[in-house]
Structure formats: C-alpha cells, structure tokens
Write a protein that binds this ligand. Sequence first.
Ligand SMILES: [Zn+2]
Length: 348
Amino acid sequence: MSGEGGETPSLEARGEELERALSQVQDRAGWEALRVQWIGRKQGILRSLLDDIKKVDPAHRRAYGEAVNRLKETAERRFAELDASLLAREREAARRSAAVDVTLPGRRPQLGSIHPVTLVIREMEEIFAELGYSVAEGPEVETDYLNFEALNFPQDHPARDTQDTFFLENGLLLRTHTSPVQIRTMLARKPPIRVICPGRVFRNDNDLRHSPMFHQVEGLAVAEGITVGHLKGTLLAFLRRLFAPDVEIRLRPSFFPFTEPSAEVDVTCQTCKGAGCEVCSGTGWMEILGCGMVDPRVLAECGIDPDVYSGFAFGMGVDRVAMNRYGGIPNIRLLFENDERLLRQVRG
Ligand SMILES: [Zn+2]
C-alpha cells in the first residue's frame, strides 16, 4: 500500500480478487481455507490491509480506512452468503441420499410355511373328520403296559428289544407307535368309538429310509357289528380322498399282535398309475398302511365286551406320504433337518 491516492484502486482490485476466489469454492473445506486467508483475525488479508493504514499519507487515512472497512464488510457478507448456499447444497444432498424412492419395488417379508408332515396330518384329520372321527392324542413317553402289553405283544416280541425301542431309565419308554392312544381311548370311553391318533413315534433305527423319530396316524373304530367290510370301505374312501378318486386298494394278509385278522394295504402307485415303474418296483402298487380287526383280547383288556362289540384299527406312516405327495424329497431325514429350502420347495 504505497503511493498517495493509489489505495482505493488497489482495494478495488482486492475486491475483484475476492469475488473470483469465492466463485471457485467447491466445498466446506475450500470455504474455510479462503475465509482464514481473507478475514482470519491474525494473518488475514484484511487484517494486514488495516495494519497498512500506518503507511498511508495521513490526509488519505480516513478514506483508506473507510474503504478497507467497506471491503471487510463486503467480504464478511459474501462469506456468509456462500456459507448459506453451501449449507443448502449439503442439506439437499443429505435429503436426496436419505430419500425413499417410491418407484422401487417393495421388499416382501419372508413368510413362514407349514411343514409337509403337518400339512399331510391336517389333510388326513380333515378327511376322517368328515367320516365322523375325532382326533385323540397321548403322551410320547409311555409305559410298557400301554405300548406293548395291552396291545397283546408277547414278552419275547422283537419290538420289545432295546434294538428297536428307546427305553428310559425309569422303566418308561418312548412310544414306538401311536397305538397306546387307542388303548387310552378304549379305557376312557364307551363304544361307539371313532378316533384317529396322529403323533410322533420313536424307534431305534436310523438310515436313509428310516429316522429314529417319525409320524404316524392310526385309526380306531369300535361299535356293534363292525366288520372287515367297514374297514375296507373306510380305507378306500380315505385313500381315494387322499390320492385320487380312481385309486384301487388291495389287502394282503399280514400279522400284527393287536389285530386279527391283519392285513397290509397297498394303493395304486401314484407315479405310474398302476402300470409299473421304478418307484413301485414294477408292481403298480405302493404299500401304504397296516390294518386289521381289533383282537378280542385287546378289547377285553380295555373293558369292552368282545361278544357285543367289534372294531377295526389301521395305522400308517405320515412321512412317506409327505415325501410322496411333495415329490423330490429323497431322504426321510431331510424332513426333520429344519432346512428352509425344503419348506420353500413344498410351498412352491
Ligand atoms: Zn409305479
């Protein structure tokens, strides 16, 4: 700041210099650096311009001082304006980044689905409800009496061996079938009785085709005058509802301790519709359940007079039916591994 009268043009040039610098500020950091450079209290350009007043001819000091102060006021106002516009720009950017784009597709919540075994049990319950049956349930831990003895299993029956049955330390066992529920029902009710007993059962067996825990649905009907004809008609009606209206069944003589006579029941293979395929080993039939007329000794054991009443019972594994119904489940244990992919497959 030297030379008399040269101060004012010099300050005008400074003002233009400031405007150019302000116009090039991109962001908050640039703004702050420029602010310190210009109006910083210790070493800012305006501070040093004010200090230069000492060097100015006393006659021009007043005008010089006023000009520097005007430049300082302008600089402060322009920095404040730029501050406000930077702030507005930052807020707009934040708003944009946080904004909800209503044109994006929604996110679907993951819905749970019902396990295939539960689906099949419910379907069976529904069919039998229409036939006048109610659902009976019982504990999974049973006594030897209710699981074996009352069902006419002889003491040396292989099912009573630890190789087949999970015995508990206190003389109880994990039920090997839902038949004890039939005994409990006959002990508690008087005929006519029509119940189905769905539930978990346990056997000491574990490979690709067997799981130590699986599901059964058993049925029991006791009344006066019940015959094998009623049994066959009931099973045919049930299996036609469960599979297809045109399936046929066949009964093959078999043996169970608590029924006499007993039969294994086959149903038309649903894969080949009876023509013969890999699934049914070319026979056209699938084994589906076991059944028979309740042994008079079992009725008598439950306090039901076998000279007045007769009954039939049947039982089937639910898991095989579920594997069959929801094709592509090759391994029974897949049903119980809680793999969500299986549930999605069934739902799909
Ligand atoms: Zn077949």
